[in-house]
Design a protein around this ligand. Structure first.
Ligand SMILES: Nc1ncnc2c1ncn2[C@@H]1O[C@H](COP(=O)(O)OP(=O)(O)OP(=O)(O)O)[C@@H](O)[C@H]1O
Length: 579
């Protein structure tokens, strides 16, 4: 960690005047912890409808009535990403709404796939951390003094700017120092006292970062069922100097490592809690720098990095479940799914307030989709945009068959591979007799389903990947290449549509897009998986009668339940393959 903190912080003072040079110095990893005076710069009126004084009031009131606000922060390109400078960013602001929400569009330059999302606010590469503070965080602070807990967390893929936003840099203090400075200023001349704790959740265990040797903390249930961190140190701070001294030591103890995607990647979720108390009231502000969501294929993680990553991703998924439940006002909020969410139980939900800052790297489309899918699950999704016009739609060549085969082989599923190859012949379809297992009781079928997945996957693969499937219902001419997948809506038979509510995007396109394992697409939300396959008597009959029919004919001949089930299982199969 030594390269994160090259200087001594006890003697450094950074005032919060706007820097004279470029607002976003592009030094590789500014992890210095600033000392700052309370923020004084006014919010900059950009990108948001609620920046005018009137709208600003509306914003505060909307923030106080919402349990969770979701705001987007897009970082600028880094020098190392200069090669991407020619490519337009994958995210852009396309509109704002009277209620204060904004719509952003994510666009994949390679496939012209695009989606729109609604978020509560948008901060672009020109916006400073102090803008985020002024517009989103400062409004939470008065509530802390009235006993209303609040949580601000930075969420996003690795390298998307979470630590930069929460911790800040030497020149541009992050939300943590800005919040402490504001709280301390508010306490001046009152009887309020301020204490901080700082801990990390690493591989589902909690470590106190303010204690020497980052002592592990016992997590115990209290009588209300909330998790309490027994033995967590609370250190009183009376000035920014005191805070900086304590905090900088904790920051150096936090686990970080070099990964394929970030030179200094946080490997734990770090929670800084600021507790304000007077005789009668205690309020708490949690400022959380979450570890980054990681795509292990891109990060090339192995060994311990892979284990860390899997814990990180699963706890982020648990957090997204909690946020989603809170946003939807569900009666059951799944706090118990991870250590992180259990610890935050008293600060998420109830009368507490939360701001999720979704951080985006402007060049990685799939990461952006993944991050914003959390917002989508919280009811923020607007719509999938119609595909670009046909002449602009590139033909995507996806050799999914080879990928699938490779995956099966890498898992030692040579039998499945053979079976898959066998199924490429017209006779590879199940005969009615091979469907006899469908007559078993449902429970037996469900328990045997995992085993059957390979077979089903192969069968679905045959239906979807055979070139003939990609011809239109009207025009059954086969394309020249079996792997060529056209992405226009017209080319998918209407009977393939798994989600009746969402017809704007072809299901085949969805099926062929990377589907992160923990990403809940609107399709997943709308269509509960159908576990029961129904015996397609008529279908099997037709297949037998017409062994040379195209796979499209065969598919169309199946019963609608079976078709939907195949699609669903195909999607599930792809998810497994993605993992
Ligand atoms: N708004 C910004 N302006 C300039 N540089 C930025 C900005 N946001 C992030 N960066 C730079 O991008 C790089 C990655 O940022 P950071 O370490 O904060 O990502 P992260 O999301 O915390 O990653 P991880 O989850 O791996 O810890 C750093 O070099 C940081 O300085």
């Amino acid at each position: 960690n030594s390269n994160r903190f090259p200087g001594s912080f006890a003697t450094v003072t950074v005032l919060l005047a706007p820097p004279k040079g470029p607002r976003h110095p592009t030094h590789p990893k500014p992890r210095l912890i600033p000392i700052c005076s309370p923020p004084s710069t006014p919010p900059r009126p950009v990108h948001r409808v609620n920046l005018s004084p009137m709208a600003s009031a509306a914003s505060s009131s909307s923030s106080s009535s919402q349990p969770v606000r979701v705001v987007l922060r897009v970082r600028p390109l880094l020098p190392s990403e200069a090669s991407s400078a020619a490519v337009p960013p994958c995210v852009c602001l396309i509109g704002d709404h009277p209620g204060g929400e904004v719509t952003v569009q994510l666009k994949d330059q390679h496939t012209s796939r695009s989606e729109c999302y609604k978020v509560d606010a948008y901060f672009g590469k020109e916006d400073r951390v102090s803008d985020v503070f002024d517009q989103e965080v400062s409004a939470l602070i008065p509530g802390i003094f009235e006993g209303i807990n609040a949580t601000v967390f930075a969420y996003g893929a690795t390298g998307s700017g979470k630590t930069y936003t929460m911790q800040g840099s030497e020149d541009l203090p992050g939300l943590i120092p800005l919040s402490v400075a504001t709280i301390l200023a508010r306490c001046t001349g009152t009887w309020c006292s301020v204490e901080i704790s700082y801990y990390e959740v690493y591989m589902e265990r909690c470590y106190d970062l303010l204690e020497p040797k980052a002592k592990e903390i016992m997590a115990l249930d209290d009588k209300f069922g909330n998790l309490q961190l027994k033995g967590l140190a609370w250190v009183p701070v009376r000035s920014m100097e005191e805070f900086q001294e304590v905090y900088s030591i904790g920051v150096q103890r936090r686990k970080a490592a070099h990964t394929g995607l970030n030179d200094v990647s946080s490997r734990s979720h770090a929670v800084l809690s600021i507790r304000v108390s007077n005789d009668t009231v205690k309020g708490k502000l949690n400022l959380i720098d979450l570890a980054g969501n990681e795509d292990n294929r891109r990060a090339c993680n192995e060994g311990i990095r892979l284990q860390e990553s899997s814990k990180i991703n699963s706890s982020l998924f648990a957090l997204s479940n909690v946020i989603s439940a809170l946003k939807k006002n569900e009666s059951r909020v799944p706090y118990r799914e991870s250590r992180l969410t259990r610890i935050l139980q008293d600060s998420l939900g109830g009368n507490s307030r939360a701001v999720m800052i979704a951080c985006l790297n402007p060049v990685v489309y799939q990461e952006a989709v993944h991050t914003l899918s959390m917002a989508a699950r919280s009811g923020h999704m607007v719509t999938n945009m119609a595909s670009a016009s046909k002449e602009h739609t590139p033909k995507v060549k996806v050799d999914m068959e080879a990928k699938l085969q490779l995956w099966l082989e890498s898992r030692g599923k040579t039998k499945s591979t053979q079976r898959m190859n066998g199924l490429l012949s017209p006779t590879g379809w199940r005969t009615p007799s091979s469907m006899s297992h469908m007559k078993q009781p449902l429970s037996a079928r469900v328990s045997g389903r995992a085993k059957a997945m390979d077979q089903d996957g192969a069968k679905i693969k045959k239906v979807l990947f055979d070139s003939a499937v990609h011809t239109t219902a009207e025009n059954t001419t086969r394309p020249s290449s079996r792997d060529e997948v056209k992405t226009t809506k017209k080319e998918v038979p209407p009977s393939l549509t798994p989600c009746k509510e969402d017809k704007s995007e072809s299901p085949l396109r969805k099926a062929l897009s990377p589907i992160p394992s923990n990403m809940m697409t609107p399709c997943n939300v709308n269509c509960p998986p159908s576990l029961e396959l129904k015996t397609p008597i008529g279908a099997c009959h037709i297949v037998e009668k017409n062994p040379d029919g195209t796979p499209l004919d065969k598919f169309n001949a199946l019963g609608s339940n079976l078709k939907e089930s195949l699609i669903q299982q195909y999607l599930e199969f792809l998810n497994v393959a993605n993992k």
